[in-house]
Design a protein around this ligand. Structure first.
Ligand SMILES: *Cc1c(COP(=O)(O)O)cnc(C)c1O
Length: 552
């Protein structure tokens, strides 16, 4: 071991060893002759003599097929989207939907006047989604597509903040200290709203008792006249649990009776917005949508269970009166007038068209079948994991309705002709942890190692701690999307079992150390700061206080 380096800078190493005297860093980036007349992508300069430029635009370009091939080859290093079990975002669309998207890739949502047909489809999506979410007679829902739930949440939060300010103005009261309530399980977008738009975030701890969701008792203790609203999450990213919208609604009713303070709810239904309306389980009984008067706005991600590729979300307000005029811009151009109330101006239009395609192609029963299948597969995975004895699930969609405890060794519940309604409601998410028995027998096995070992088989299954307060529990999480077929699930379960068996063979912590989490590339760490290759290793981002850890 003596004399071996503990750290190697791969860029410096390659630069030293590169034997080509025409390498561009020596010649100032001139076009080498073999790039001019190439025959195949692999005969161009990018194959062996020069790296693909990473920090400066090259003086001269390169042939399209060569660049395409080089980038495609580099992208092979990415995970496979269908095996990315970490993400809620869709990775599959039907060929016809893809075709429509490709045919419309060049349309911009902000050019409303130029693309009236696309804009009509946008309006139809808003109407259909509002109807799915229990739009009420006599009210006029209003809404828009966004780039995702994040933008939609920020708009929903802004509307609540502005309405609160207007109320405070009318009452002649101080409006300098708005606050908003959310659970510690909130997705980063909710906290971003509070920080970016200067509202105090009252982030309430979650616990096993509150099923890792917003705790209604704590809501009661933390609201006041400066509370602009409550973010209630329909489908926690950590465990898939639905938060109890109606229960919180009732607490706010009581509070208004006592104090006269009227606090609204925004439902973050990023995932649940396209699941709860279709499944037999609904949200397990109580209400969650516009049937509840305090629910003023709801968002969802079209690119999650709306089954569209990344790039579309939705926000709907129950009635146009809930969208303060202050947020609405009237745009006049090319003869038309459009109302705009989004954060982004230009946005892809193809996703909206694809959303409309999904809605009318699948219909209610099509969506229902997909969501019920996803839930059935998530139940099967959950039950299989618990049956091994090595794992315990924190998610509960596989336990019979009303049962929330894990009972060791219990025979899994099954029923002839069962549907999701026989079980606890929730997202098709399986959040699981090593069982106490396993931890006792194999104390040196870290859960993170299991995630890393499965990564070697191409599955991406993240391991992370539960929110603050419960962070001593780490969970592995699988999102069961539409595209996880029974066969893939079968493979996954076998591969998890094989991985666990091999982990149990390893006798000490030292042997497993290689499988603990590793760091990402220097390029990723520094690339966004515009440092060139010479200086990138000196780049330092002040990871100062206030940078937040979050689970998405
Ligand atoms: C995904 C998610 C978000 C953010 O949505 P994007 O569409 O990714 O912007 C917000 N809240 C919840 C609960 C989510 O699951």
């Amino acid at each position: 071991m003596a004399g071996l380096a503990r750290h190697i800078d791969p860029d410096a190493l390659i630069q030293q060893l590169h034997d080509n005297p025409h390498a561009p860093h020596k010649r100032g980036g001139v076009h080498t002759q073999n790039a001019v007349s190439h025959v195949t992508p692999y005969s161009t300069r990018y194959n062996a003599t020069s790296e693909i430029p990473k920090f400066r635009i090259p003086h001269d370009g390169a042939p399209a097929d060569a660049v395409h091939q080089m980038l495609k080859d580099e992208l092979d290093l990415d995970g496979r989207p269908n095996l990315n079990l970490a993400s809620f975002v869709g990775t599959y669309m039907e060929e016809q939907a893809e075709k429509l998207m490709i045919e419309n890739l060049n349309k911009n949502m902000s050019d409303a006047d130029e693309y009236p047909a696309m804009m009509n489809m946008h309006t139809r999506c808003v109407n259909i989604i509002a109807d799915l979410w229990g739009a009420q007679k006599g009210e006029k829902p209003i809404g828009t597509a966004t780039t995702g739930s994040s933008e939609a949440i920020h708009l929903g939060g802004l509307a609540m903040k502005r309405r609160w300010q207007e109320r405070r103005d009318k009452e002649g009261k101080d409006k300098s200290k708005p606050n908003i309530i959310m659970g510690a399980n909130a997705q980063v977008a909710l906290e971003k709203f509070a920080r970016y738009f200067e509202v105090e975030a009252r982030i309430l701890p979650v616990s096993a008792k509150s099923q890792y969701r917003l705790d209604p008792d704590l809501v009661r203790e933390n609201i006041d006249e400066n509370t602009i609203g409550i973010f209630v999450i329909l489908g926690s990213t950590y465990t898939g649990h639905y938060e109890p919208v109606e229960e919180i609604h009732n607490i706010l009713d009581e509070y208004e009776k006592k104090t006269g303070v009227d606090i609204p709810i925004h439902v973050d239904a990023a995932s649940g917005g396209f699941i709860a309306p279709f499944t037999h389980a609904k949200v397990g009984g109580p209400k969650w949508n516009f049937e509840l008067p305090r629910v003023k706005s709801i968002n969802t991600s079209g690119h999650k269970f709306g089954l569209v590729y990344a790039g579309v979300g939705w926000i709907i307000w129950r009635d146009e009166s809930e969208l303060p005029k202050h947020l609405v811009f009237e745009l006049h151009y090319l003869g038309g007038t459009e109302e705009s109330y989004t954060l982004n101006f230009s946005r892809p239009g193809a996703q909206v068209i694809a959303q409309y395609y999904n809605l009318i192609h699948l219909g209610f029963t099509g969506f229902r079948a997909i969501m019920e299948n996803a839930l059935a597969n998530a139940r099967l995975l959950s039950k299989s994991l618990e049956a091994t004895g090595w794992f315990r699930c924190i998610s509960e969609i596989h336990r019979p309705k009303g049962q929330h405890e894990f009972k060791k060794g219990e025979k899994p519940f099954n029923k002839e002709g069962e549907t999701s309604a026989d079980y606890n409601a929730g997202l098709p998410v399986v959040a699981f942890t090593l069982s106490d028995d396993f931890k006792k027998d194999y104390p040196h096995v870290k859960q993170a190692a299991i995630s890393n070992l499965l990564r070697a088989k191409q599955y991406i299954i993240p391991n992370y701690p539960l929110p603050p307060n419960e962070e001593q529990t780490e969970i592995l999480r699988v999102v069961v999307r539409e595209s996880m077929s029974l066969d893939l699930l079968d493979r996954l379960i076998s591969d998890i079992c094989a991985t666990m068996e091999s982990v149990m063979e390893i006798s000490s912590e030292v042997d497993l150390a290689g499988w603990q989490p590793f760091s990402t590339s220097a390029e990723k760490k520094h690339g966004s700061q515009g440092h060139d290759s010479k200086h990138k290793h000196h780049a330092k981002r002040p990871m100062s206080e206030g940078v937040h850890r979050s689970v998405c």
